[in-house]
Write a protein that binds this ligand. Sequence first.
Ligand SMILES: Cc1cc2nc3c(=O)[nH]c(=O)nc-3n(C[C@H](O)[C@H](O)[C@H](O)COP(=O)(O)O)c2cc1C
Length: 352
Amino acid sequence: MITTTLTRRLGIAHPVVSAGMARVAQADLVVAVSEAGGMGCLGGVSFMPDQLRAEIEKIKAGTGNPFAVNLLLPDSLTTEDEAQWEPVRRLWSALPEHDRARLAGVEALLTPGAVARQVEVVMEAAPPAVVLTFATPAWFIEECRKRGILVFALVGSVGKAVEASRAGVDFIVAQGSEGGGHTGYASTLALVPGVIDAVEQPVLAAGGIADGRGLAAVLSLGAVGAWVGTRFIASTESYGHDAFKQRVVSGKLNQVTLTRAYTGKPLRTFRNAWTDQWESRAGDIAAFPQQYAVAGTRVETGYQEGDLDWGMMPAGQSVQIIDEILPAGDIVRGMVAEAEEIISRLHGTVSG
Ligand SMILES: Cc1cc2nc3c(=O)[nH]c(=O)nc-3n(C[C@H](O)[C@H](O)[C@H](O)COP(=O)(O)O)c2cc1C
Protein backbone atom coordinates (compact mmCIF):
# COMPACT_ATOMS: atom_id res chain seq x y z
CA MET A 1 0.00 0.00 0.00
CA ILE A 2 1.41 3.42 -0.95
CA THR A 3 -0.08 6.21 1.15
CA THR A 4 0.44 9.89 0.31
CA THR A 5 -1.29 13.23 0.90
CA LEU A 6 -3.25 12.51 -2.29
CA THR A 7 -4.63 9.16 -1.15
CA ARG A 8 -5.43 10.52 2.33
CA ARG A 9 -7.19 13.70 1.20
CA LEU A 10 -9.17 12.02 -1.55
CA GLY A 11 -9.81 8.82 0.36
CA ILE A 12 -8.51 6.65 -2.47
CA ALA A 13 -6.42 3.48 -2.25
CA HIS A 14 -3.70 4.22 -4.82
CA PRO A 15 -1.82 7.42 -5.84
CA VAL A 16 -2.67 7.02 -9.53
CA VAL A 17 -4.96 9.37 -11.44
CA SER A 18 -5.94 8.73 -15.05
CA ALA A 19 -5.63 11.90 -17.11
CA GLY A 20 -8.70 13.81 -18.29
CA MET A 21 -7.97 13.11 -21.93
CA ALA A 22 -10.45 14.72 -24.30
CA ARG A 23 -12.38 12.00 -26.20
CA VAL A 24 -10.28 9.13 -24.78
CA ALA A 25 -11.30 9.46 -21.12
CA GLN A 26 -15.06 8.93 -21.06
CA ALA A 27 -17.23 7.50 -18.29
CA ASP A 28 -16.22 3.84 -18.81
CA LEU A 29 -12.52 4.59 -18.28
CA VAL A 30 -13.17 6.86 -15.31
CA VAL A 31 -15.34 4.25 -13.59
CA ALA A 32 -12.77 1.49 -14.18
CA VAL A 33 -9.90 3.53 -12.71
CA SER A 34 -11.88 4.78 -9.71
CA GLU A 35 -13.24 1.31 -9.01
CA ALA A 36 -9.67 -0.03 -9.01
CA GLY A 37 -8.75 2.41 -6.25
CA GLY A 38 -7.10 5.14 -8.33
CA MET A 39 -8.99 8.23 -9.40
CA GLY A 40 -10.43 8.50 -12.89
CA CYS A 41 -10.70 11.91 -14.55
CA LEU A 42 -13.28 12.60 -17.24
CA GLY A 43 -12.04 14.41 -20.36
CA GLY A 44 -14.78 16.99 -19.91
CA VAL A 45 -13.73 19.43 -22.62
CA SER A 46 -14.90 17.28 -25.49
CA PHE A 47 -18.55 17.19 -24.43
CA MET A 48 -21.30 19.64 -25.22
CA PRO A 49 -22.96 20.59 -21.90
CA ASP A 50 -25.87 18.11 -22.04
CA GLN A 51 -23.54 15.24 -22.94
CA LEU A 52 -21.22 16.28 -20.12
CA ARG A 53 -24.12 16.05 -17.67
CA ALA A 54 -24.99 12.56 -18.97
CA GLU A 55 -21.36 11.35 -18.69
CA ILE A 56 -21.08 12.56 -15.10
CA GLU A 57 -24.35 10.82 -14.24
CA LYS A 58 -23.01 7.64 -15.82
CA ILE A 59 -19.89 7.86 -13.67
CA LYS A 60 -21.92 8.41 -10.51
CA ALA A 61 -24.06 5.40 -11.39
CA GLY A 62 -20.93 3.30 -12.00
CA THR A 63 -18.86 4.08 -8.93
CA GLY A 64 -19.25 5.57 -5.50
CA ASN A 65 -15.51 6.32 -5.41
CA PRO A 66 -13.96 9.76 -6.00
CA PHE A 67 -13.53 10.96 -9.58
CA ALA A 68 -12.56 14.19 -11.32
CA VAL A 69 -13.61 16.23 -14.35
CA ASN A 70 -11.18 18.14 -16.57
CA LEU A 71 -12.09 21.55 -17.98
CA LEU A 72 -10.21 24.16 -19.99
CA LEU A 73 -11.01 27.71 -18.94
CA PRO A 74 -8.65 30.07 -20.79
CA ASP A 75 -10.10 33.50 -21.66
CA SER A 76 -10.15 32.53 -25.35
CA LEU A 77 -12.83 29.90 -24.54
CA THR A 78 -14.81 31.64 -21.80
CA THR A 79 -15.01 35.03 -23.52
CA GLU A 80 -18.36 36.28 -24.77
CA ASP A 81 -16.68 38.82 -27.03
CA GLU A 82 -18.12 38.08 -30.47
CA ALA A 83 -15.18 39.67 -32.27
CA GLN A 84 -12.84 37.12 -30.67
CA TRP A 85 -15.05 34.23 -31.75
CA GLU A 86 -15.49 35.50 -35.30
CA PRO A 87 -12.43 33.78 -36.88
CA VAL A 88 -13.41 30.45 -35.29
CA ARG A 89 -17.05 30.74 -36.35
CA ARG A 90 -16.08 31.72 -39.89
CA LEU A 91 -13.93 28.61 -40.29
CA TRP A 92 -16.56 26.42 -38.61
CA SER A 93 -19.37 27.71 -40.85
CA ALA A 94 -17.25 27.12 -43.95
CA LEU A 95 -17.03 23.40 -43.17
CA PRO A 96 -19.50 21.20 -45.08
CA GLU A 97 -22.38 19.96 -42.85
CA HIS A 98 -21.07 16.39 -43.18
CA ASP A 99 -17.65 17.41 -41.83
CA ARG A 100 -19.14 19.37 -38.95
CA ALA A 101 -20.93 16.22 -37.80
CA ARG A 102 -17.54 14.46 -37.68
CA LEU A 103 -16.20 17.11 -35.32
CA ALA A 104 -18.30 16.11 -32.34
CA GLY A 105 -15.33 16.04 -29.98
CA VAL A 106 -14.24 19.63 -30.52
CA GLU A 107 -17.62 21.29 -30.97
CA ALA A 108 -17.66 22.58 -27.39
CA LEU A 109 -14.33 24.33 -27.94
CA LEU A 110 -15.58 26.00 -31.10
CA THR A 111 -19.03 27.10 -29.88
CA PRO A 112 -19.38 30.44 -28.06
CA GLY A 113 -20.95 29.93 -24.61
CA ALA A 114 -20.45 26.14 -24.51
CA VAL A 115 -17.58 26.22 -22.01
CA ALA A 116 -19.56 28.56 -19.73
CA ARG A 117 -22.40 26.02 -19.76
CA GLN A 118 -19.95 23.18 -19.06
CA VAL A 119 -19.03 25.11 -15.91
CA GLU A 120 -22.71 25.30 -14.87
CA VAL A 121 -23.08 21.55 -15.37
CA VAL A 122 -20.00 20.83 -13.26
CA MET A 123 -21.16 23.14 -10.48
CA GLU A 124 -24.56 21.42 -10.39
CA ALA A 125 -23.01 17.94 -10.40
CA ALA A 126 -20.32 18.89 -7.84
CA PRO A 127 -17.83 16.07 -8.56
CA PRO A 128 -15.24 15.40 -5.82
CA ALA A 129 -12.52 17.08 -7.92
CA VAL A 130 -11.99 19.28 -10.97
CA VAL A 131 -8.75 19.52 -12.93
CA LEU A 132 -8.09 22.81 -14.74
CA THR A 133 -5.67 23.14 -17.64
CA PHE A 134 -4.28 26.36 -19.19
CA ALA A 135 -5.86 28.73 -16.63
CA THR A 136 -7.04 28.83 -13.00
CA PRO A 137 -9.59 31.65 -12.73
CA ALA A 138 -10.20 32.82 -9.13
CA TRP A 139 -14.02 33.00 -9.61
CA PHE A 140 -14.10 29.33 -10.58
CA ILE A 141 -11.98 28.21 -7.63
CA GLU A 142 -14.26 30.16 -5.29
CA GLU A 143 -17.36 28.43 -6.68
CA CYS A 144 -15.65 25.05 -6.19
CA ARG A 145 -14.78 25.92 -2.58
CA LYS A 146 -18.44 26.65 -1.80
CA ARG A 147 -19.35 23.17 -3.03
CA GLY A 148 -16.45 21.28 -1.48
CA ILE A 149 -14.93 20.44 -4.87
CA LEU A 150 -11.13 20.00 -4.78
CA VAL A 151 -9.30 21.87 -7.55
CA PHE A 152 -6.23 20.53 -9.33
CA ALA A 153 -4.23 22.61 -11.83
CA LEU A 154 -2.29 20.92 -14.65
CA VAL A 155 0.81 22.97 -15.52
CA GLY A 156 3.86 22.64 -17.74
CA SER A 157 6.17 25.23 -16.18
CA VAL A 158 7.26 26.54 -12.78
CA GLY A 159 5.78 29.96 -13.64
CA LYS A 160 2.34 28.49 -14.32
CA ALA A 161 2.59 26.42 -11.14
CA VAL A 162 3.25 29.54 -9.07
CA GLU A 163 0.31 31.28 -10.77
CA ALA A 164 -2.00 28.36 -9.95
CA SER A 165 -0.65 28.15 -6.41
CA ARG A 166 -1.42 31.84 -5.80
CA ALA A 167 -4.90 31.36 -7.25
CA GLY A 168 -5.47 28.89 -4.39
CA VAL A 169 -5.78 25.46 -6.03
CA ASP A 170 -5.55 22.38 -3.79
CA PHE A 171 -3.17 20.23 -5.86
CA ILE A 172 -0.79 20.93 -8.72
CA VAL A 173 -0.04 18.46 -11.49
CA ALA A 174 3.35 19.17 -13.07
CA GLN A 175 3.39 17.75 -16.57
CA GLY A 176 6.73 17.22 -18.27
CA SER A 177 7.11 17.51 -22.02
CA GLU A 178 7.38 13.73 -22.42
CA GLY A 179 3.62 13.69 -21.96
CA GLY A 180 0.97 13.27 -24.62
CA GLY A 181 -1.43 16.07 -25.54
CA HIS A 182 -0.79 19.77 -24.93
CA THR A 183 2.49 20.17 -23.13
CA GLY A 184 5.31 22.57 -22.30
CA TYR A 185 9.02 22.16 -22.93
CA ALA A 186 10.45 21.15 -19.51
CA SER A 187 11.09 17.47 -18.84
CA THR A 188 9.40 15.63 -15.96
CA LEU A 189 12.65 14.94 -14.11
CA ALA A 190 13.53 18.65 -13.93
CA LEU A 191 10.02 20.11 -13.74
CA VAL A 192 8.53 18.09 -10.87
CA PRO A 193 11.16 18.93 -8.21
CA GLY A 194 11.28 22.50 -9.56
CA VAL A 195 7.54 22.87 -8.98
CA ILE A 196 7.70 21.15 -5.59
CA ASP A 197 10.31 23.68 -4.49
CA ALA A 198 8.25 26.61 -5.78
CA VAL A 199 4.78 25.94 -4.33
CA GLU A 200 3.21 24.93 -1.03
CA GLN A 201 0.55 22.64 -2.46
CA PRO A 202 1.11 18.90 -2.90
CA VAL A 203 2.30 18.12 -6.41
CA LEU A 204 1.44 15.21 -8.71
CA ALA A 205 3.77 14.31 -11.56
CA ALA A 206 2.82 13.71 -15.18
CA GLY A 207 4.56 13.00 -18.44
CA GLY A 208 6.13 9.70 -19.38
CA ILE A 209 4.76 7.65 -16.47
CA ALA A 210 3.43 4.33 -17.76
CA ASP A 211 4.43 1.67 -15.24
CA GLY A 212 5.60 1.08 -11.69
CA ARG A 213 9.09 2.29 -12.50
CA GLY A 214 7.68 5.69 -13.42
CA LEU A 215 5.44 5.78 -10.35
CA ALA A 216 8.31 4.90 -8.00
CA ALA A 217 10.53 7.50 -9.73
CA VAL A 218 8.10 10.38 -9.28
CA LEU A 219 7.38 9.42 -5.66
CA SER A 220 11.16 9.67 -5.17
CA LEU A 221 11.05 13.18 -6.61
CA GLY A 222 8.56 14.09 -3.91
CA ALA A 223 5.34 13.83 -5.92
CA VAL A 224 2.21 12.66 -4.08
CA GLY A 225 0.91 10.76 -7.07
CA ALA A 226 1.08 10.11 -10.80
CA TRP A 227 -1.22 11.60 -13.42
CA VAL A 228 -1.14 9.15 -16.31
CA GLY A 229 -2.45 9.67 -19.84
CA THR A 230 -0.89 7.70 -22.70
CA ARG A 231 -0.83 4.38 -20.77
CA PHE A 232 -4.62 4.48 -20.47
CA ILE A 233 -5.17 5.02 -24.22
CA ALA A 234 -4.09 1.38 -24.50
CA SER A 235 -6.82 0.20 -22.14
CA THR A 236 -9.95 -1.78 -22.80
CA GLU A 237 -12.24 0.97 -21.51
CA SER A 238 -10.76 4.00 -23.32
CA TYR A 239 -12.62 5.59 -26.22
CA GLY A 240 -10.77 5.45 -29.52
CA HIS A 241 -10.39 3.47 -32.73
CA ASP A 242 -8.49 0.22 -32.35
CA ALA A 243 -5.87 1.50 -34.84
CA PHE A 244 -5.07 4.34 -32.39
CA LYS A 245 -4.71 1.93 -29.45
CA GLN A 246 -2.56 -0.44 -31.55
CA ARG A 247 -0.38 2.47 -32.59
CA VAL A 248 0.28 3.28 -28.94
CA VAL A 249 1.18 -0.36 -28.33
CA SER A 250 3.58 -0.55 -31.29
CA GLY A 251 4.78 3.08 -31.12
CA LYS A 252 8.40 4.10 -30.69
CA LEU A 253 9.89 7.19 -29.04
CA ASN A 254 10.85 8.86 -32.31
CA GLN A 255 7.33 8.57 -33.74
CA VAL A 256 5.82 11.22 -31.48
CA THR A 257 6.44 14.90 -32.03
CA LEU A 258 5.55 18.29 -30.56
CA THR A 259 3.49 20.34 -33.01
CA ARG A 260 0.97 23.19 -33.19
CA ALA A 261 -0.44 21.75 -36.41
CA TYR A 262 -3.74 20.51 -34.96
CA THR A 263 -4.79 22.97 -32.28
CA GLY A 264 -2.52 26.04 -32.44
CA LYS A 265 -0.81 25.11 -29.13
CA PRO A 266 2.16 22.71 -28.76
CA LEU A 267 0.69 19.21 -28.66
CA ARG A 268 2.57 15.93 -28.40
CA THR A 269 1.07 13.55 -30.93
CA PHE A 270 2.04 10.88 -33.43
CA ARG A 271 3.93 12.42 -36.33
CA ASN A 272 2.19 11.89 -39.69
CA ALA A 273 1.47 13.47 -43.08
CA TRP A 274 -0.62 16.25 -41.51
CA THR A 275 2.05 17.29 -38.98
CA ASP A 276 4.85 17.08 -41.59
CA GLN A 277 2.86 19.21 -44.03
CA TRP A 278 2.21 21.95 -41.48
CA GLU A 279 5.65 21.89 -39.88
CA SER A 280 7.13 22.74 -43.29
CA ARG A 281 5.17 26.03 -43.13
CA ALA A 282 4.76 26.48 -39.38
CA GLY A 283 4.36 30.25 -39.76
CA ASP A 284 0.93 29.67 -41.33
CA ILE A 285 -0.45 27.79 -38.32
CA ALA A 286 -3.31 29.75 -36.72
CA ALA A 287 -3.62 30.44 -32.98
CA PHE A 288 -5.56 28.31 -30.49
CA PRO A 289 -8.46 27.59 -30.87
CA GLN A 290 -8.75 28.63 -34.56
CA GLN A 291 -6.33 25.96 -35.74
CA TYR A 292 -8.80 23.37 -34.40
CA ALA A 293 -11.30 24.58 -36.98
CA VAL A 294 -8.60 24.80 -39.67
CA ALA A 295 -7.62 21.20 -38.94
CA GLY A 296 -11.32 20.40 -39.25
CA THR A 297 -12.05 16.71 -39.45
CA ARG A 298 -8.35 15.87 -39.12
CA VAL A 299 -8.74 16.42 -35.40
CA GLU A 300 -11.32 13.71 -35.01
CA THR A 301 -10.57 11.14 -37.69
CA GLY A 302 -7.71 9.79 -35.59
CA TYR A 303 -9.95 8.86 -32.67
CA GLN A 304 -13.04 7.88 -34.65
CA GLU A 305 -11.76 6.38 -37.87
CA GLY A 306 -8.22 5.35 -37.01
CA ASP A 307 -6.80 7.58 -39.77
CA LEU A 308 -3.06 7.18 -39.11
CA ASP A 309 -1.88 9.52 -41.88
CA TRP A 310 -3.99 12.59 -41.20
CA GLY A 311 -5.89 12.11 -37.95
CA MET A 312 -4.82 13.61 -34.63
CA MET A 313 -3.52 10.95 -32.25
CA PRO A 314 -2.03 12.62 -29.19
CA ALA A 315 0.40 10.38 -27.34
CA GLY A 316 3.49 10.78 -25.20
CA GLN A 317 6.98 9.35 -25.32
CA SER A 318 5.90 6.48 -23.06
CA VAL A 319 4.58 4.71 -26.18
CA GLN A 320 8.08 3.22 -26.18
CA ILE A 321 7.33 1.18 -23.04
CA ILE A 322 3.65 0.30 -23.58
CA ASP A 323 3.19 -3.03 -25.28
CA GLU A 324 -0.25 -4.32 -24.43
CA ILE A 325 -3.89 -3.23 -24.23
CA LEU A 326 -5.11 -4.07 -20.72
CA PRO A 327 -8.19 -3.43 -18.57
CA ALA A 328 -7.65 -0.06 -16.84
CA GLY A 329 -8.00 -1.65 -13.40
CA ASP A 330 -5.13 -4.03 -14.18
CA ILE A 331 -3.00 -1.07 -15.27
CA VAL A 332 -3.59 0.70 -11.94
CA ARG A 333 -2.95 -2.42 -9.85
CA GLY A 334 0.10 -3.40 -11.93
CA MET A 335 1.70 0.03 -11.58
CA VAL A 336 1.23 0.08 -7.85
CA ALA A 337 2.47 -3.50 -7.30
CA GLU A 338 5.60 -2.83 -9.38
CA ALA A 339 6.29 0.47 -7.59
CA GLU A 340 5.93 -1.21 -4.19
CA GLU A 341 8.37 -3.90 -5.23
CA ILE A 342 10.90 -1.32 -6.47
CA ILE A 343 10.60 0.81 -3.35
CA SER A 344 11.19 -2.12 -1.02
CA ARG A 345 14.08 -3.33 -3.19
CA LEU A 346 15.68 0.13 -3.10
CA HIS A 347 15.19 0.25 0.65
CA GLY A 348 17.32 -2.87 0.89
CA THR A 349 20.15 -1.26 -1.08
CA VAL A 350 20.76 1.43 1.55
CA SER A 351 23.10 0.49 4.36
CA GLY A 352 24.43 2.19 7.46
C1 LIG B 1 -5.03 11.55 -26.17
C2 LIG B 1 -4.75 12.61 -25.15
C3 LIG B 1 -5.68 13.59 -24.91
C4 LIG B 1 -5.45 14.56 -23.94
N1 LIG B 1 -6.41 15.48 -23.68
C5 LIG B 1 -6.25 16.34 -22.65
C6 LIG B 1 -7.30 17.22 -22.26
O1 LIG B 1 -8.38 17.22 -22.85
N2 LIG B 1 -7.09 18.04 -21.20
C7 LIG B 1 -5.91 18.03 -20.51
O2 LIG B 1 -5.79 18.77 -19.55
N3 LIG B 1 -4.89 17.23 -20.87
C8 LIG B 1 -5.04 16.38 -21.90
N4 LIG B 1 -4.02 15.53 -22.23
C9 LIG B 1 -2.78 15.54 -21.43
C10 LIG B 1 -2.96 14.63 -20.20
O3 LIG B 1 -3.84 15.25 -19.30
C11 LIG B 1 -1.68 14.29 -19.44
O4 LIG B 1 -1.13 15.44 -18.87
C12 LIG B 1 -0.62 13.58 -20.25
O5 LIG B 1 -1.19 12.58 -21.04
C13 LIG B 1 0.41 12.98 -19.27
O6 LIG B 1 1.50 12.43 -19.94
P1 LIG B 1 1.56 10.91 -20.49
O7 LIG B 1 0.71 10.92 -21.71
O8 LIG B 1 2.99 10.69 -20.75
O9 LIG B 1 1.01 10.02 -19.41
C14 LIG B 1 -4.23 14.57 -23.21
C15 LIG B 1 -3.28 13.57 -23.48
C16 LIG B 1 -3.52 12.60 -24.42
C17 LIG B 1 -2.49 11.53 -24.66
